[in-house]
Design a protein around this ligand. Structure first.
Ligand code: AMP
Length: 540
């Protein structure tokens, strides 16, 4: 027998309409590039998002078309987060830190029809604009002036009539947004979120044991809006009517601490690199800032050292919550909030739990596949983490070569090696994917190795991650030279420079006699990492 509840479709126009009806008075603040503040209300935001949807239609954007963005965390980017999917199109956020070859590939593969470019990122756009088939480039600038060949965002909105917008009724499984993720091998692959997955993810994110977001919060998303929808925070915040403090391009500790205090920020989230810098600034002047309003600082994307969680708690009274997720998961998978059993333990033991990546949020299921079947939830047995849930990818966008990341019974293989304990807390112990995470951004070891091995003097090159105080991980290249050939560190650096973004370039090149190999002829990265344990190149 079928239930008789209404078949109400979970779509982003619903969240926009809710904001329209209920939260018009709530504020959204943005740091402009010149550091001054832009302030407006949800009422303004809703009105402008509707205008954007209307304007896109006038430009010829149709349902399912992709609209790319190159932008920071700003109110205009938030308008795109809603205006684009509420027009029926698909929001595609691009990471401006990537190399132009990758940006070209990504914009091309996604088939972006329109590109919204923040005025501070026009130089990035210019590096690949002629290589992609984007029909309309829009510059997001308050001045209203557009460079040659671009449309002014403000003029576009000024020409759009809000009353032409009608809240659409569409299928909740329609695509809403997409993000590309760097693969272990091959080109980046797209995760394609639906309206339904985004609405459900937003509801989960706001829940008590996840991020505990309510209307009275002021949320400052440090995580960029081009990283997995800023971990879903813009959608979750608008759903509950929280105030938003958008930091723009200003993620230096001083600006952020000012924002935290001045705007009474209650919730913030980002990668360890940023919050390590904030901690140092706080430690240097502990009395300077009043952060008493902040209830949670979510840190994820890379492992947070236990010492950081402890230091924030003990020295500054800030509750750090560790979280884990992936682009393929919209991204939230596990959050390290404590349950009532763990709260009975000693402070030190509680801290051990807080330093783990956490337990699965509602509607996410996990299991770890070991060498002999699924690993027991005993906190010791190791396995590769597999996940499933309503906001987990079921395949990549037009990339069948990524199908091997999905199991036959429909789970997604994360590439993270974990233990799971009796409370379901995961602890990431290693990564099976050959990637390095530096300041929240991926670097592919394999791509660097291939490029290094294309150098005429290099016989073999293996790239591994070495721990770095500020950036978390940095690449180190172990090089075997061909007999009779010579190359210096500078030669190899120069060789890579032209093809890779600057942050990809290894911090160190070590010339070695040989690289440990497995029986099947692959580099034995684990052994190599052991060989370089404790290695400290010059910190940058
Ligand atoms: P991305 O798709 O760029 O969000 O990266 C997802 C990957 O980042 C995961 O599969 C992990 O390898 C890593 N990651 C994310 N959060 C954490 C965390 N809290 N601790 C350790 N690694 C993490």
């Amino acid at each position: 027998m079928k239930g008789l509840a209404q078949n109400f479709q979970l779509t982003l126009p619903y969240i926009l309409r809710r904001a329209d009806q209920l939260y018009g008075y709530r504020e959204i603040v943005t740091r402009r590039p010149d550091k001054s503040f832009h302030r407006y209300t949800y009422a303004d935001f809703v009105s402008r998002s509707k205008k954007l949807a209307v304007a896109l239609k006038k430009l010829g954007v149709e349902s399912g078309d992709r609209v790319g963005t190159l932008g920071w965390n700003t109110y205009q980017h938030l308008e795109a987060y809603f205006g684009v999917p509420c027009s029926g199109a698909v929001l595609h956020t691009l990471n401006p830190r990537l190399h132009e070859d990758d940006l070209t590939f990504i914009a091309d593969h996604a088939g972006d029809k329109v590109m919204l470019v923040d005025e501070t990122l026009v130089s990035v756009w210019e590096k690949f604009r002629d290589r992609v088939g984007v029909e309309h480039a829009i510059v997001v600038t308050e001045s209203g002036e557009a460079p040659e060949g671009m449309i002014s965002y403000e003029e576009l909105l000024a020409d759009a009539d809000e009353s032409d917008f009608e809240y659409p009724d569409f299928d909740e499984n329609q695509a809403a947004a997409m993000c590309y993720t760097s693969g272990t091998t091959g080109r980046p692959k797209g995760a394609l979120y639906s309206h339904r997955s985004t609405v459900l993810h937003s509801m989960m994110a706001a829940m008590g044991n996840t991020f505990s977001l309510t209307e009275s919060d002021c949320v400052l998303p440090v995580v960029p809006m081009f990283h997995v929808n800023a971990w879903g925070l813009p959608y979750a915040s608008v759903l509950v009517g929280a105030k938003l403090m958008m930091p723009g391009p200003h993620l230096d500790p001083a600006s952020m601490l000012e924002d935290f205090e001045e705007e009474a920020v209650t919730f913030t989230a980002g990668v360890p690199t940023v919050f390590l810098a904030v901690l140092q600034a706080l430690d240097a002047e502990p009395e300077k800032y009043d952060l008493s309003k902040m209830h949670s600082m979510i840190i994820g994307g890379s492992a947070v050292p236990k010492g950081v969680i402890k230091a924030y708690g003990e020295r500054h009274g800030i509750n750090v919550v560790h979280a884990w997720g992936m682009t393929e998961m919209s991204p939230i998978g596990t959050v390290s909030t404590l349950n009532s059993e763990i709260e009975k333990l000693s402070e030190e033991e509680q801290l051990d739990y807080k330093a783990k990546q956490g337990y699965p949020v509602p509607l996410v299921e996990i299991r770890a596949r070991g060498e002999e079947g699924f690993a027991a939830w005993d906190g010791e047995s190791l396995g590769e983490l597999e996940v499933r849930g309503p906001w987990v990818a079921s395949s990549y966008y037009e990339a069948p070569e990524g199908d091997d990341k999905f199991t036959d019974d429909g789970w997604f293989k994360t590439g993270d090696i974990v233990t799971i304990d009796k409370y379901g807390f995961i602890k990431i112990t290693d990564r099976s994917k050959d990637l390095i995470k530096s300041g929240g951004e991926w670097i592919s070891s394999v791509e660097l190795e291939n490029a290094l091995m294309a150098h005429p003097a290099v016989a073999q090159a293996a790239v591994i991650a070495i721990p770095h105080e500020k950036w978390d991980e940095r690449p180190l290249a172990a090089i075997v030279l061909k007999e009779g050939e010579s190359a210096t560190e500078e030669d190899l650096h120069g060789h890579l420079e032209k093809d890779f973004a600057k942050f990809w370039l290894p911090d160190a090149y070590e010339f070695v006699e040989s690289i440990p190999m497995t029986a099947t002829g692959k580099f034995q990265k684990l052994k190599l990492r052991e060989q370089f344990e404790g290695y400290t190149p010059a910190q940058s």
